[in-house]
Write a protein that binds this ligand. Structure first.
Ligand SMILES: *Cc1c(COP(=O)(O)O)cnc(C)c1O
Length: 239
């Protein structure tokens, strides 16, 4: 496997090779879990990456991307978007209500809906732009005070509230605590999804996407395993 150092001279073949490795591991994890590999979507997380990394990912056939910040995502994708009709952009970082309209203009899916006020803002922005907006509800599965997401016990109510605003709630997203086994958090997310009739489970990152697939992930969000370590240090809980 290619080195994961942040080498600016990283070749496109190194990125292509990492994509091949991650895709193969996803397929293996699916087979191990008795699942169809076609049922798991790889979301390539391009936050903090230079434009050439995006180009290398596109050249490797990748079309689904995750970004943490609206402004950086605009810089990354606004031009590419027009030339790439099958691109899918997913917001995976916290969103302020005053950026809802910008987010709706750029993203296909908002994975970080975590409060009624944001549901209202997204629904209003979607209606204004004549769009039907797909969202995931982010669940703070470990009830960590510094982390975004609705608390598990409040998730059912937020899902119901968001549906009533006209948003299309496709599923749930979580980022388990860094210092705990992820499995129980993935299991909790799946349980909340099932009782609410939700199909999509966005869970699992570079360190635990195979575990997440065993627990039913439909979308895994992978950054450093594809692009190498990020230059700008950033924890996933902060946008
Ligand atoms: C950065 C980030 C990822 C990707 O993390 P890696 O460990 O680099 O794969 C996934 N999800 C969210 C919400 C993130 O912020």
């Amino acid at each position: 496997m290619a080195s994961s150092s942040p080498d600016p001279a990283d070749t496109s073949s190194a990125v292509a090779e990492r994509f091949a490795v991650v895709r193969r591991r996803i397929a293996d994890a699916c087979r191990g879990a008795g699942r169809d590999p076609a049922d798991v979507v790889l979301t390539a997380v391009t936050k903090t990456q230079p434009l050439e990394a995006l180009q290398q990912a596109l050249a490797a056939g990748q079309r689904v991307f995750g970004e943490n910040r609206v402004q950086e995502a605009e810089a990354h994708w606004a031009d590419v978007r027009a030339a790439t009709p099958d691109l899918e952009l997913r917001l995976i970082g916290p969103l302020q209500t005053n950026k809802a309209a910008d987010a709706v203009a750029l993203f296909d899916v908002i994975e970080t809906l975590d409060r009624p006020k944001l549901a209202d803002a997204l629904a209003a922005a979607a209606e204004k732009s004549g769009r039907i907006l797909r969202v995931l509800v982010q669940v703070n599965s470990g009830a960590e005070p510094q982390k975004a997401g609705v608390l598990p016990e409040a998730a059912d109510n937020l899902i119901e509230y968001a549906r009533a605003t006209g948003l299309i709630v496709e599923g749930l997203m979580c980022i388990p605590p860094a210092d705990e086994a992820a499995g129980p958090h993935f299991a909790l997310l799946r349980k909340i999804a099932r009782r609410n009739g939700l199909e999509v489970l966005s869970m699992g990152m570079s360190g635990d996407y195979e575990t997440a697939i065993r627990f039913g992930a439909t979308h895994v969000r992978v950054g450093s395993a594809l692009f190498g370590e990020r230059n700008r240090p950033e924890t996933p809980s902060r946008g």
